[in-house]
Design a protein around this ligand. Structure first.
Ligand SMILES: [Zn+2]
Length: 273
């Protein structure tokens, strides 16, 4: 596969299936999955056990993380219209609507139906690349989404067209250039093909955004909230690609929230030039 940032087809192998571009250093999964294959990865099981322990039950923890993201946003802008790509159940938009006119899109059916019907949010089911936006937006958000995309460069390109000049893009993703992945290699918890296809670093995300007309204002490494049950579940089951309802029930009994910072997640804040 050609590199989506520099076009180079010369790569070095990092791990099984994962390569690093010799031109710009971008790390990615070197297999071109079809859109259909990708869509199949995000059936209901994805949010229940396969990648997230239980997205619906962990709402409180997730919203704590989203509240921190929202605080970062409010430092730059306090009102306007905000569009989220990869909005899942709508938990972020539910928080953000106190300040912004919110709208979202996600390819999954059940979570978007939940966001519309239960939370009353303006959320679409589908691929953002095929979506026609009604008017240019002040803000775009993509939380832990860009690493899942088959063609992230096209998303950034379209956001660049759909955002106002001076508008802000906020996104989070893993930072493969940080210390933990350097130490853990293939065992880093975010090395997760084929749901994670792209592994950006500060350097490569900056290159991609600058190519598409953005100026990167800030890249920070925020901490995050996790429930103890999520952590244990990830250690025991996810790495072995297993799902266990029984284990989840037991873990719920000993659950409590924790705040961690492993400095391997980056929050990138960029402005459209
Ligand atoms: Zn490259």
């Amino acid at each position: 596969m050609k590199c989506i940032i520099c076009g180079n087809s010369d790569h070095q192998k990092l791990f099984e299936g994962i390569v690093k571009c010799s031109g710009c250093g971008l790390v990615f999964f070197d297999q071109d999955l079809s859109e259909d294959e990708i869509k199949k990865l995000y059936k209901e099981g994805y949010f229940k056990g396969e990648e997230y322990c239980d997205y619906e039950e962990d709402k409180n923890i997730l919203q704590k993380n989203f509240t921190s993201r929202l605080k970062d946003i409010l430092r730059y802008k306090k009102q306007g219209n905000l569009f989220e790509i990869g909005s899942a159940y709508g938990y972020f938009l539910e928080k953000a609507k106190k300040y912004f006119d919110v709208e979202g899109i996600d390819i999954t059916e059940k979570p978007t139906a939940f966001a519309r019907n239960k939370l009353g949010l303006n959320v679409h089911t589908g691929n953002y690349l095929d979506f026609e936006i009604s008017e240019k937006k002040d803000l775009f958000c993509m939380w832990d989404t860009i690493e899942h995309l088959r063609e992230p460069q096209k998303f950034i390109e379209k956001i660049s067209r759909d955002i106002k000049t001076g508008g802000y893009l906020f996104l989070t993703t893993g930072d493969i250039g940080s210390l933990v992945p350097k130490m853990q290699g293939r065992k880093w918890r975010l090395i997760h093909p084929p749901t994670h296809l792209y592994y950006f670093s500060r350097d490569t995300i900056k290159k991609l955004l600058e190519q598409k007309g953005f100026e990167v204002l800030e890249i920070k490494h925020p901490g995050f909230h996790r429930s103890l049950s999520q952590i244990i579940y990830a250690l025991l089951y996810l790495k072995r690609r297993k799902n266990s309802e029984k284990a989840k029930k037991i873990l719920k009994l000993i659950d409590f929230p924790l705040y961690l910072n492993t400095f391997d997640i980056m929050h990138v804040i960029a402005r459209k030039k």
